[in-house]
Design a binder for this molecule. Sequence first.
Ligand code: EPZ
Length: 417
Amino acid sequence: MKKLIIRGNRDLSGEIHIGGAKNSVVALIPASCLTKGKCVIHNVPDISDVGILIKMMEYLGSKITYENEVLTIDNKNLKVKPIPTEYSSCLRASYYFMGSLGGLFHHAEISYPGGCTIGARPIDIHINSFKKQGFKVTEKDGTYTLDTHKLKGQDIFFDFPSVGATINVMLTATLAEGTTRIINAAREPEIQNVAEFLNNMGADIQGAGTAEIIIHGVKELHGAEVTVIPDRIEGGTYLIIGALLGKNLKISGINRDHLFSLISKLKDAGVSMKINKDSIIVNKSKNLKAVNVKTSVYPGFPTDLGQPMSAFLTQCKGESLFEETIYENRLRHIPYLTTMGANIKSWDKKAVIIGNTQLKGRKVKATDLRAGASLLVAGMIANGITEVDNIEHLLRGYENLVHKLNTVGADIKLIDE
Ligand code: EPZ
């Protein structure tokens, strides 16, 4: 198991450059299976999820090279094959192969997707939508099989603006006959990034980023290029750390519009920042004030920043109410924060975080990716040494984490036991 050994309370100065968005690239790579042409994806982050997807693509017959954050994909020999659980269970985004292989071959076979254990995370919206488009979907021994003779465009209403379902339905709809309208679509920036790639491939998608997306089906798609948008969750995590330890710390390579909700909350707490279009300079702020944070769908406060933000709230004077509204089990970091000295009362999906408290270094464990990020933030501000175990979770979403933080003055060691 890999662990981080963090010596806390060190000022951070210099520049951290943010990489491409995990939650975009994990959709862009499977999306390339809608064509047997050549695709090039730029600004691909060096994270473990990308490594797993490269293995899955090679298993399907794709030829891949990955150098200097550029991924080249040659799908000339792409074949549809059952995707086994040893691949599909590694990440949630494996379900995008349903949409892309289903869209191109009218057949897909894939075992249950994996992903952080932060809730039940059913995929009923995906499956019900596939059925409306004409797929026969069967589920046996933990494997979904999709089959159809023809895909037809439909009006599809989502009970919940699911990010994954929005992307998956966009994928199949690009090659369906007729027009597909997704009503109550998710509006996350990653969806616009995928739509941009699909349109570069010859698709006809309008409205990505709004609650109604219209896709006019086309006969076929060709190879194309795309650049992954900046990772707003990586950027937001480092911005939170900078608000606690920064001395003119520059977070660069961001898209400030994708971070509006976090910037607004940090300002309410009294954090001073110099905000440019693609970078933010942040200084640690004394006398931080309590703020309430309630996660929601984009453009609301992102659920993926809720956990790191709850560590920040331990440093804000007063009572902050934190509420997670997207997942049913995304507060598993709270008990670890309290062992580090945080004063938190939590129940159901809510927590009252009373600050400010000086955290103390302890041995803690990452239960999921962003819980790990929360413990990273806590360890960075704690007195003494914090040991965060199970950080394989963290390495899924934070490229070159130790290097990026140590370069600006942190003292973190990665131990592989
Ligand atoms: C994406 O997950 C992200 N993952 C998540 O990031 C992120 O938290 C989430 O969007 C919300 O922004 C990737 O993009 C790989 P959803 P996704 O479908 O697509 C329920 C991280 O830390 N739901 O919008 O799975 C579901 O259970 C990860 O980087 C259904 O009920 O999110 C959840 O409660 C964690 N039925 C809620 O909707 C469905 O068919 C949000 O899910 C689909 C979803």
